[in-house]
Design a protein around this ligand. Structure first.
Ligand SMILES: [Zn+2]
Length: 418
């Protein structure tokens, strides 16, 4: 497979240099750029799924500040990008020319310096597509990249562009630009609105790595996953970019159930707002939703179906035990508080950290109305108000972690990141 490197090593880096001949990242060339620099262990690759209603816009920020934007939602996202501190876009990607992905692209091109623009090369006839073309025409300094297999460095992170189905053999969704983001051992998979055909194609090419993070293809449609794909990707976190009460019925219950059945935590822009994942070189990551979600036990966490005042649970974590955390596992604990009017049965619920150390609440566990429950990390005898995970060592990372409370159906009810 021919591949091209494009280095995006910073605004001051000289020439755009498509260097050809290197192998794709999975054959080891991903290390080429990383050996050139040392990445401090505390730096993160930030991937922010922007809440743009029914559509996609994913902002990617390398530890060194380089910025990529994959799709730009249906409308104007310039004010949002400015509010997030974006000043330039090193790589702008249009996954496919549907308006819920490219509606905001022309505005981005007009508002920010953009270095590279990538799409799948498929022409389209819509007004939003023509607007993109004229915006590009007015900015001849932007370098065009067709989405052929190549790896693009974004600071110390990299973006692998996967092979597309041949032009003319697939619908627009099934020619979505598909990307694997890598930052050390942290990997994420984005593929626009790809459907069964494209996902099957990519699995057949063995181009789907085991990833921590997956953007649900096609807004969580039931044609946006296959079991073979999910088994290959084995995502731990799935983010669905979707508008509240959209007319398509996205996300579909079958897709949500499939994501959960492979063990993934599902976050949704319609419920959680902007969803930020911070990946680290060692493969660990943190999930930082803009909003915590509160939902009824057993129900899909869908705010429109849940009276906002009905379920109010609060979760926090006291991660820093007195003394050496590992010698004092009961010195760290999670606190679950109720501001509800009724008691809540927690039997079958679980509380997990980002590394998926989970405590399973035993049958009969009850959180009293207005009450609190403390879950210690170490060993002890549960008394209905204090529970013990039974670990010999600390679980909650002092430098930051994510606690997620799942109900008996596996739905994330409360997510707390610190
Ligand atoms: Zn779409």
């Amino acid at each position: 497979m021919a591949a091209t490197w494009v280095a995006l090593l910073g605004a001051s880096a000289a020439p755009h240099l498509p260097v050809s001949g290197a192998d794709p990242a999975r054959h080891g060339s991903g290390a080429l750029l990383r050996t050139a620099r040392t990445t401090p262990a505390d730096t993160v690759l930030r991937i922010i799924f922007l809440d743009v209603g029914q559509g996609d816009a994913v902002l990617i920020r390398a530890p060194e500040g380089q910025t990529a934007l994959v799709d730009a939602g249906p409308g104007d996202i310039v004010p949002l990008l400015r509010a997030l501190g974006v000043e330039r876009i090193d790589l702008l990607v249009a996954t496919h020319p549907h308006a819920d992905h490219i509606g905001g692209i022309a505005g981005v091109i007009e508002a920010f310096p953009v270095r590279f623009y990538m799409d799948n090369g498929d022409p389209h006839t819509t007004r939003s597509y023509r607007r993109v073309l004229s915006a590009l025409d007015a900015r001849p300094g932007i370098s065009y990249l067709e989405a052929s297999p190549r790896t693009i460095s974004l600071g110390s992170a990299s973006i692998e562009v996967l092979p597309l189905l041949p032009r003319g053999t697939a619908g627009l969704n099934d020619r979505s630009v598909a990307l694997v983001l890598r930052f050390g051992d942290f990997e994420a998979f984005l593929s626009g609105d790809s459907e069964v055909r494209q996902l099957t194609h990519l699995v057949g090419l063995q181009a789907v790595p085991d990833v921590a993070l997956l953007k649900a293809a096609h807004h969580g449609s039931d044609n946006g996953f296959t079991w073979e794909f999910l088994n290959a990707a084995a995502p731990e976190v799935v983010v669905v970019s979707v508008g509240r009460d959209n007319g398509y019925g996205h996300p579909r219950p079958e897709a949500l159930a499939a994501y959960r059945s492979v063990g993934a935590t599902v976050l949704r822009t319609d419920l959680h707002g902007h969803v930020e994942i911070r990946g680290r070189v060692n493969g660990s990551y943190h999930v930082a939703p803009e909003r915590q979600v509160v939902a009824h036990a057993g129900a899909e966490p869908h705010l429109s179906a849940v009276p906002r005042t009905a379920a109010r649970l609060r979760l926090r974590v006291h991660a820093d035990a007195p003394g050496n955390d590992h010698q004092n596992p009961n010195g760290e604990y999670a606190v679950l508080e109720s501001a509800e009017d009724g008691d809540r049965a927690l039997g079958g619920w679980r509380l997990c950290d980002a590394a998926n150390h989970c405590f399973h609440f035993p049958p009969g566990s009850v959180l009293k109305a207005g009450g609190r429950i403390v879950v210690h990390t170490g060993a002890g005898r549960a008394d209905g108000q204090r529970y013990y995970m039974g670990h010999r060592r600390a679980v909650w990372n002092n430098a930051g972690d994510t606690a997620t409370l799942y109900d008996g159906t596996g739905a994330a009810v409360v997510v707390f990141s610190y």
